[in-house]
Ligand binder design. Structure first.
Ligand SMILES: [Zn+2]
Ligand SMILES: [Zn+2]
Length: 275
């Protein structure tokens, strides 16, 4: 045996191997650089490799349908005839209860846009039966607009992203230009209940030429007091919209029902004043 052969082969093989490993690593890191910086983890339990693990997926709860005016149960979310007023919503569909894991998913999406998170939500939207109960084929989906300053700060409007997803699923047109926000308002979540109910009055404006006689489905991420969707519906109806339904990804319905009960028993006239 050539005394120099073995170490020679061994050196070449080693460096070759090192190179391959390096190449593989570079390729791998290029492909999943974002995964490397922000590794995919279940938004609830933290399990690696997924945004929502199998176990937590089973925790998603479909919301029960209710009347957007009195908050009492209603078939398919239609506003009770006795509750209906000139500018009120004609109905409301909230897809999920605003509990884990929907709460975590929307929270993550609000502050960090990740396309895969939208995909997770989209696959859950497709399973909701109530969305197939109402015929929305003549409707146009409008996302609730954010005021200019807030949209710039976040860089995107999650109601727009999720709304577009819902419109695609329902196979209806999507238009983010019809409804605009004309009043700069504070984030609803940071306000006390009373202010939340009043600050959105007159905050939205609808484009007259495209609204008259139209059917609209206004999308927001979460229904809490309903002030946002009610203000949007009123703006559209003032301009002659024939029908306005609300659609939200989630609802903290039970909490809202409690709030309404508190308001009506405190003698303040109830939350109907927000119409
Ligand atoms: Zn999990
Ligand atoms: Zn009602």
């Amino acid at each position: 045996m050539d005394p120099g052969e073995e170490p020679g082969i061994s050196t070449i093989t080693k460096s070759d191997l090192k190179g391959r490993v390096l190449c593989f690593r570079v390729k791998y890191y290029q492909m999943s650089l974002l995964d490397f910086i922000f590794p995919k983890r279940c938004v609830v339990c933290g399990e690696y490799g997924t945004y929502l693990c199998k176990k937590d997926k089973t925790e998603i709860k479909w919301a029960e349908t209710f009347c957007p005016v009195c908050l009492k149960p209603s078939i398919s979310g239609t506003t009770h005839p006795k509750c209906k007023k000139k500018l009120s919503l004609d109905g409301l569909i909230c897809l999920f209860d605003y509990t884990r894991p929907i709460k975590q998913l929307t929270h993550q999406l609000k502050y960090r846009f990740v396309k895969d998170l939208v995909t997770v939500i989209e696959s859950e939207i497709k399973k909701v039966k109530v969305l197939k109960e109402i015929d929305f084929h003549s409707y146009t989906l409008l996302p609730v607009p954010l005021s200019g300053s807030r949209k710039n700060w976040r860089g995107f409007n999650q109601a727009e992203i999720l709304g577009e997803t819902a419109a695609k699923f329902l196979k209806i047109p999507y238009d983010s230009e019809i409804l605009t926000k004309i009043k700069d308002t504070k984030p609803q979540a940071k306000l006390p209940r009373k202010e939340r109910l009043t600050q959105l009055k007159g905050a939205f404006k609808a484009r007259t030429d495209t609204v008259y006689g139209g059917y609209f489905l206004v999308f927001d991420d979460v229904w809490t007091t309903g002030a946002t969707l009610k203000a949007a519906a009123a703006a559209l109806k003032r301009k002659g919209a024939a029908k306005v339904w609300g659609l939200t990804l989630a609802t903290s319905h039970k909490m809202a029902r409690l709030e309404r009960f508190e308001l009506s028993t405190s003698g303040s006239g109830g939350s109907r004043s927000i119409h």
